[in-house]
Write a protein that binds this ligand. Structure first.
Ligand SMILES: O=P(O)(O)OC[C@H]1O[C@H](O[C@H]2O[C@H](CO)[C@@H](O)[C@H](O)[C@H]2O)[C@H](O)[C@@H](O)[C@@H]1O
Length: 346
């Protein structure tokens, strides 16, 4: 039987209303994935495939209307002045997800390049504020896409954190390293290999080794083969009670059950920057995926900073504001840089 960390075993309950509904809905979706493994598959493979469909934009028949969603989660560009007013007198710290936030979603995960203009913008941003990239990818891979030595990087959903290579103007963090899941490395390698072998004959399936976690991509798998893929993944995972399953954009993510996620990574980085108990810090987290919700939730709980969800369609979220796509993210970041430069008379 597979064990799951506490946060995934909350009782489910769908209520109307804002936040309780958001939490409950996300929990129910995670629960479907748990049941698949705990109950050894059975008829629940179907539920799992339903969950895969539910998370795919083409299937998102949200009951939420775009207009009411935008009222609840206004565009961060439209609210730019308000956001800066709230941050007045506080130190802004930037947290940026990679896929779907800095780079557009593409079919081939190895070709998810960010534009030169986006890189230039993030470089300027890091001159103005401490800036971290928080990604589900392994740290080395996301670094190879971003290629900026002056940033903090939290790879593998925050399980691999490193300070800026060239040192930081905010703090000497060259030696900063946090890897809370090192004991799982051999297991992750083993699971990765087994998944590659198992899914070998499923056309389009792509297994990505993200060092402390593994991604099973189904973006290029024909929907009629999703239940086969679900079965293959289940047959591997049933032997690993120390691992759990989460879901992103057409991807299943397998990771250690430890209580560590992008939210914990955000807190760790704030602490490392010396802002642990500061009331005058304003973390700004921008992300597009389910795993970014852990960070949005932490910001809500701390009543600090803001979360911005990147999405063209209404989604349940703990983020306060929204942006539609990476181009809008770049626009928002450029405005932040201009604002900071004007203020510091640069
Ligand atoms: O936390 P992130 O940086 O957003 O990483 C989450 C996953 O991102 C990547 O997959 C996603 O982007 C791919 C490229 O656009 C796309 O093909 C895939 O369907 C998306 O799920 C990455 O490849 C995964 O390993 C990450 O878990």
């Amino acid at each position: 039987m597979v064990r799951f960390i506490e946060e995934n075993t909350k009782p489910e309950k769908i209520e109307t209303g804002d936040k309780s509904k958001t939490d409950a809905t996300l929990t129910v979706k995670t629960k479907v994935l748990q049941d698949l493994i705990i109950n050894n598959g059975g008829g629940l493979i179907n539920s799992w495939v339903d969950s895969m469909r539910a998370c795919s934009p083409t299937h998102l028949k949200s009951s939420m209307k775009q207009s009411s969603w935008l009222t609840e989660h206004p565009s961060a560009l439209d609210m730019f002045d308000e956001i800066l007013n709230v941050s007045e007198g506080k130190k802004i710290v930037m947290f940026l997800d990679y896929d779907g936030t800095l780079s557009p979603i593409v079919d081939d995960p190895d070709r998810a390049f960010m534009s030169k203009e986006m890189r230039r913008t993030v470089r300027k941003l890091a001159k103005c504020f401490p800036t971290a990239i928080v990604s589900g990818r392994c740290r080395e891979k996301v670094y190879n896409f971003v290629k900026l030595t002056e940033l903090y990087y939290a790879g593998s959903h925050g399980m691999d954190i490193k300070g800026p290579e060239q040192g930081s103007k905010y703090k000497d963090d060259k030696s900063l390293l946090c890897q809370p899941a090192t004991e799982f490395l051999p297991m992750i390698d083993e699971v990765y290999q087994k998944l590659v072998d198992k899914t070998n004959f499923t056309p389009g399936a792509n297994i990505e080794n993200n060092k402390f976690c593994v991604s099973v991509h189904f973006r290029r798998v024909d929907e009629k083969n999703w239940s086969d893929l679900a079965n293959q993944v289940r047959s591997v995972m049933k032997d690993y009670p120390e691992l759990r399953l989460t879901q992103g954009r057409k991807v299943l993510e397998i990771r250690p059950i430890i209580k560590w996620d992008k939210g914990k990574a955000l807190e760790f980085l704030l602490e490392s920057l010396g802002y642990a108990n500061c009331t005058d810090v304003f973390p700004l987290y921008i992300g597009d995926d389910r795993t970014d919700e852990d960070a949005f939730k932490i910001l809500r709980e701390r009543r600090q900073g803001i979360g911005i969800l990147v999405s063209k369609i209404p989604k349940e979220t703990n983020a306060l504001y929204s942006l539609q796509e990476p181009d809008e993210v770049m626009n928002f970041l450029q405005r932040l840089v201009e604002w900071k430069q004007l203020r510091s008379g640069a």
